[in-house]
Design a protein around this ligand. Structure first.
Ligand code: NAI
Length: 348
C-alpha cells in the first residue's frame, strides 16, 4: 500500500510582510540651559531619540560645565545625531552663538533658569526666571519662529502666559509656547501603580490645571487603574502628586529640585512633539493658551501634530472630588496667569 503523500502545507504561516514603517525624521533640537541639572540628562535622552538629527547644547559661561564639554561627551553615543555646544556670555546679547544654535530648530527645550531651594515656592523664582526666558524666547522669535518652545523653567504657570503673550505681540503663534507639565503625569502614574499594583507603564492619568501646588489636579477617575483607588484615598493621592516636587527639593537639602525625573519627563514630552511633527500624532497633557475653562492658560490633554499643538481636548467627565478641586485650581491659577500677563504688558 502506497502511503498518501502529505500535502505540502507549511508548518508555519508565512507572515505578511510588515508595512513599511516610516523612516525616522531628522529634526534639529536645542536645549537651552543644556549644562544644568535637568539640561544634561535631558540632552542625553534627546540625543537618543531616533527623530533627532542635530542636537545643540546652549548655556552660559557661568555654568559649571562648558556646553562644548557636554556636546563632546554626547557625541560618542552610538546614535546618528550630531551634537554641538554653544556658549553665551552673561550680560551680553548672545547673538552669534544663539543664531547658530537656533536657526532651523524644530524644537527648543528650555530648562534655563534657577531651581527652587527649600522654603521657596515656584513663584519666588518668577522675576529672575522670566527675564532669562524672555532673552531666549526673543532669540527664538528671531531665529526659529516656527519652532515649538517647550518651557520647563519655573514658575511655568506664570512664565508660559508671559512668553506666549510676547509671541502674540510679535505676530507669532502663541500656541508654539508650551509649558511642560509631564512630570506631574509621570508622578501620578507612578503613585497609582504603587497603590494598585498595576504597571505604571500602562497607566495614563491626565493631570490638568497648572504646575504648582493646588493648581496640579490629577484626574484619577479618567484612568482604568486610577479608578480603582478607594474614594477615601483619593485626597491623599491628589496631595501626594501636588507635593512631589517639594519632596524632592527637601530631600536634596538645598542642592536643587527634580532633575533626573524632570529630564525623563521632558524627554517624553520632547519625543512626543517630534513624533507629532513627523506626522505620527500623540496626545499628552501640556500647559498652554486654552479655552476649555474661563482661565486663559490651562493644562489639559492636547493632540500634538505636524505643527505642534493641533487640538486642545476638553476636560472630560469629572467626579465630585475633581469638580470641587477644579474650583480651587481656577482660584489659584487666575492670579498666577495674571502675573504672567502683567509681565508681558510691562516688558514688550
Ligand atoms: P540648574 O541651575 O541646575 O540649571 C539651569 C541651567 O540654566 C544652568 O546651567 C545655567 O547656567 C543655565 N542658564 C541660566 N541662565 C541662562 C540663560 N540666560 N541662557 C542659557 N542658559 C542659562 O537648574 P535645574 O535644576 O536644571 O532647573 C532648571 C529650571 O527647571 C528651574 O527653573 C526649575 O525650577 C525648573 N523645573 C521645572 C520642572 C517642571 O516640571 N516644569 C521640574 C523641575 C525643575
Amino acid at each position: 500500500k502506497v502511503k498518501a503523500k502529505a500535502t505540502a502545507e507549511p508548518k508555519y504561516k508565512v507572515k505578511a510582510k510588515p508595512k513599511e514603517s516610516k523612516p525616522p525624521a531628522s529634526f534639529k533640537v536645542c536645549v537651552c540651559g543644556g549644562c544644568g541639572g535637568i539640561g544634561q540628562p535631558l540632552a542625553m535622552l534627546m540625543a537618543m531619540d531616533r527623530n533627532v538629527g542635530e542636537l545643540c547644547i546652549y548655556d552660559l559661561n557661568i555654568s559649571p560645565m562648558p556646553p562644548a564639554g557636554v556636546a563632546q561627551d554626547l557625541v560618542h553615543l552610538e546614535r546618528k545625531c550630531t551634537v554641538k555646544g554653544y556658549i553665551g556670555e552673561v550680560g551680553q546679547p548672545p547673538v552669534k552663538f544663539m543664531e547658530e544654535a537656533l536657526t532651523g530648530c524644530n524644537l527648543v527645550l528650555i530648562p534655563a533658569g534657577l531651581p527652587r531651594k527649600p522654603g521657596q515656592t515656584r513663584d519666588d523664582l518668577f522675576k529672575v526666571n522670566a527675564d532669562i526666558a524672555k532673552g531666549i524666547v526673543e532669540a527664538c522669535a528671531k531665529y526659529c519662529p516656527e519652532a515649538v518652545l517647550a518651557m520647563i523653567v519655573n514658575p511655568v504657570n506664570s512664565i508660559v502666559p508671559a512668553m506666549a503673550e510676547l509671541y502674540k505681540k510679535k505676530g507669532l503663534d502663541p500656541m508654539k509656547i508650551i509649558g511642560v507639565t509631564t512630570l506631574d503625569v509621570v508622578r501620578a502614574n507612578k503613585f497609582v501603580g504603587e497603590e494598585t499594583g498595576k504597571n505604571p507603564n500602562f497607566i495614563s492619568v491626565p493631570v490638568i490645571g497648572g504646575h504648582a501646588g493646588t493648581t496640579i489636579l490629577p484626574l484619577f477617575s479618567q484612568d482604568k487603574a486610577g479608578k480603582l483607588l478607594p474614594a477615601e484615598k483619593v485626597p491623599d493621592m491628589d496631595k501626594h502628586v501636588q507635593d512631589a516636587g517639594t519632596d524632592v527639593v527637601n530631600a536634596k537639602n538645598g542642592k536643587g529640585s527634580a532633575t533626573l525625573s524632570m529630564a525623563y519627563a521632558g524627554a517624553r514630552f520632547g519625543s512626543a512633539i517630534l513624533s507629532g511633527l513627523s506626522g505620527r500624532k500623540r496626545t499628552e497633557c501640556a500647559y498652554c493658551a486654552s479655552t476649555v475653562t474661563d482661565i486663559p492658560y490651562f493644562a489639559q490633554k492636547v493632540v500634538l501634530g505636524p505643527k505642534g499643538i493641533e487640538k486642545v481636548l476638553p476636560l472630560g467627565e469629572l467626579n465630585e472630588h475633581e469638580t470641587k478641586r477644579l474650583a480651587e485650581v481656577k482660584e489659584q491659577l487666575k492670579g498666577e496667569v495674571e502675573t504672567g500677563l502683567k509681565y508681558a504688558e510691562a516688558n514688550s
